[in-house]
Design a protein around this ligand. Structure first.
Ligand SMILES: *[C@@H]1O[C@H](CO)[C@@H](O)[C@H](O)[C@H]1NC(C)=O
Ligand SMILES: *[C@@H]1O[C@H](CO)[C@@H](O)[C@H](O)[C@H]1NC(C)=O
Ligand SMILES: *[C@@H]1O[C@H](CO)[C@@H](O)[C@H](O)[C@H]1NC(C)=O
Ligand SMILES: *[C@@H]1O[C@H](CO)[C@@H](O)[C@H](O)[C@H]1NC(C)=O
Length: 362
């Protein structure tokens, strides 16, 4: 019979090794796109598109600005939390190394669009082809850490979110009267062009390993406080930008269906965040909002003029506002949108919602 000492050692070895058997790893999460999903990359860049001063982040757990264009959490934070994923860091964060690489990364950069020339006025932002180049650089770093096969598997089994399009209208086509793009294209042709360029970006994302990609359309561009302040005389949503969103979003959904057919699998999932958002705008009270027109933080009509700064008007209760600043939703509005993304019908999520993704994917 083994002496007691040896048995204790054996026992502790067994218990000890039980403890280090890795949990089934949560899938990694990768995020691409613009300010609706940037969680701090622009803090590391010399750019004017930033959210790193108070009161941004006022309702974040740290109550301080993070680079998110929100009073608190933004879309990817909430998707990750409801899904049970580990929080992802901005790709440019120096803290993104070691085991943190295994959870994924956020490559988004406020101000970018589908087109390379969108957002150039913000000086130094990470355009879409650069975001994808960083994704490849990330994969190389991951592969050095866990081996090529493991890295490929992690990326293949990941969840991806991409949000683009709003800036191609607001910060390009409609940025100034007679903008170069509006001289070049009428609105319908511009949408066609955006969709064909977006298709190339998504194909590239699939080529470099993404297998499950949630693609949001644009929000209700004409209803944001900035546009109410600049383009609406009576508080109705601005027509032309609403027309832009209503041309772009259905074409995007159709393009994704086509891509999936070509690939032979439902890689791309269309999230009609515009529809979820329009529900609040049509009837804010039904969702517990006091207003869907006035931004919580800003100045001028609808608090829609200029930036949200420490000197702006600030509403006391962010949960009763749909819009945090002149362009971006509050955390609570984001939360309701994400709940629709999880449990909505095909009217909101096509061909499936995130609850279904969670059941289908490993
Ligand atoms: C955008 O930039 C990328 C990378 O620099 C380039 O490959 C692509 O052709 C450009 N797109 C257009 C429409 O010019
Ligand atoms: C790949 O992952 C497995 C399981 O976690 C691990 O045992 C193996 O060492 C990894 N491969 C490399 C090259 O790191
Ligand atoms: C989706 O619906 C299920 C079942 O009703 C619920 O438990 C879950 O919290 C919902 N998810 C979200 C994100 O709202
Ligand atoms: C969306 O999610 C719910 C579960 O929360 C499910 O009952 C429903 O069928 C789903 N709809 C689609 C279209 O996947």
């Amino acid at each position: 019979m083994a002496p007691l000492g040896t048995m204790l050692v054996l026992l502790s070895l067994v218990l000890g090794s039980a403890k280090i058997i890795p949990q089934a790893e949560a899938r990694a999460f990768f995020v691409f796109g613009d300010s609706l999903v940037d969680n701090g990359n622009n803090n590391y860049l010399v750019t004017t598109a930033r959210a790193d001063t108070p009161p941004y982040g006022i309702d974040f757990p740290t109550h301080s600005p993070t680079g998110r264009f929100s009073n608190g959490y933004n879309l990817p934070d909430l998707i990750g939390q409801y899904y049970g994923l580990e929080a992802t860091l901005p790709y440019l964060s120096p803290e993104l190394s070691g085991d943190k690489l295994l959870h994924g990364a956020n490559f988004a950069s406020a101000g970018v669009g589908i087109l390379n020339d969108t957002g150039v006025q913000f000086i130094n932002i990470i355009g879409m082809y650069d975001q994808i180049a960083y994704f490849l650089q990330y994969q190389k770093r991951l592969s050095d850490q866990i081996g090529a096969e493991n890295a490929t598997k992690l990326v293949k089994e990941s969840l991806v979110l991409i949000t683009l399009g709003g800036n191609d209208f607001v910060n390009n086509y409609y940025l100034i009267p007679y903008s170069p793009r509006s001289q070049q294209f009428n609105l319908q042709d511009y949408c066609n062009y955006l969709i064909s360029e977006y298709r190339k970006i998504l194909q590239r994302l699939h080529e470099v390993g993404a297998e499950r990609v949630i693609v949001t359309g644009t929000g209700p561009l004409g209803c944001v406080p900035a546009e109410l302040a600049m383009r609406s005389s009576n508080g109705e949503c601005a027509d032309e930008l609403q027309t832009a969103a209503s041309l772009f979003n259905p074409q995007l959904a159709e393009m994704l269906t086509g891509l999936n057919k070509e690939i032979g699998s439902d890689v791309f999932v269309a999230a009609n965040t515009n529809r979820a958002h329009m529900d609040f705008i049509a009837n804010p009270q039904a969702f517990g909002f006091e207003t869907a027109k006035i931004a919580c933080c800003g100045q001028g009509p609808y608090n829609g003029i200029g930036l949200c700064t420490p000197f702006s008007n600030l509403c006391p209760n962010r949960d009763t506002y749909v819009f945090w600043d002149a362009f971006h939703p509050t955390e609570r509005a984001n939360r309701l949108i994400v709940q629709q993304m999880f449990n909505g019908s095909t009217f909101y999520m096509n061909p499936m919602n995130i609850s279904t993704i969670k059941i289908l994917d490993p």
